[in-house]
Write a protein that binds this ligand. Structure first.
Ligand code: CA
Length: 219
């Protein structure tokens, strides 16, 4: 899952990024509201963590602009302001949750998991293609009824392919689901993940279109 973190406090960004990456999330960080809106318009992340006290614009205005781009994109607001007014305005503008600073990083992770589950249950609680069943809520994959263990990245890769059944996904678009901007990604990393995934899935489930990308087709 790709998280866009919009926060101008460099020390907090560093700490949050470390904690989120350790949980297996891809995290991209921006410190300004305008950059965040431009980035979201270019490529929708899976979730936004938005600080309300940004240097260039009011975070509540950023929240409003995010909703103009996407009604469903999950947004968790972070703020030092503890006033009830801001909290209500933020939620009225469509934020999914709200966390007042200072907060415990474990609480942030728990809130993210709740938002992630809620978003999954709205979209695709479980995806079934042929003998493969992927459950976004319990993060489990079953092949012909048997549970198969996977790393978080393998799971995200398979989920991306199954959500886009019948569509070719390029290596670059798969990489963006798994890795943060600027993260060192070995050139064959997607091939390696696909190789491991294939060993756990029915033969031919993930097909390669040489030089283009990968596809999962309906049987
Ligand atoms: Ca701030």
């Amino acid at each position: 899952m790709q998280i866009l973190l919009v926060e101008d406090d460099a020390a907090l960004v560093e700490a949050l990024k470390k904690a989120l990456v350790a949980e297996g999330f891809a995290v991209n960080c921006l410190s300004k509201g305008k950059q965040a809106i431009a980035s979201i318009k270019t490529e929708l992340p899976d979730m936004v963590i938005l600080d309300l006290g940004l240097p260039d614009m009011d975070g509540l205005e950023v929240m409003r602009l995010i909703r103009a781009v996407s009604a469903e994109l999950p947004v968790l607001i972070l703020t030092a302001r503890s006033s009830l007014g801001d909290k209500i305005t933020g939620l009225d503008l469509g934020a999914d949750d709200y966390l007042a600073k200072p907060f415990d990083v474990n609480e942030l992770l728990a809130r993210i998991r709740v938002i992630e589950r809620r978003a999954s249950s709205l979209k695709h609680a479980s995806l079934v293609i042929g003998d493969v069943m992927l459950d976004s809520i319990s993060h489990q994959v079953f092949v012909a009824g048997e549970a198969v263990s996977m790393s978080r990245r393998e799971f995200m890769l398979l989920k991306g392919l199954m959500e886009n059944v019948g569509r070719v996904l390029t290596k670059e678009s798969l990489e963006s689901k798994l890795y943060s901007w600027g993260e060192e990604v070995v050139s064959n990393t997607i091939e390696v993940h696909i190789h491991h995934l294939r060993k756990k899935l029915p033969a031919g489930f993930i097909q390669t279109l040489r030089g283009v990308g990968y596809i999962v087709k309906l049987p």
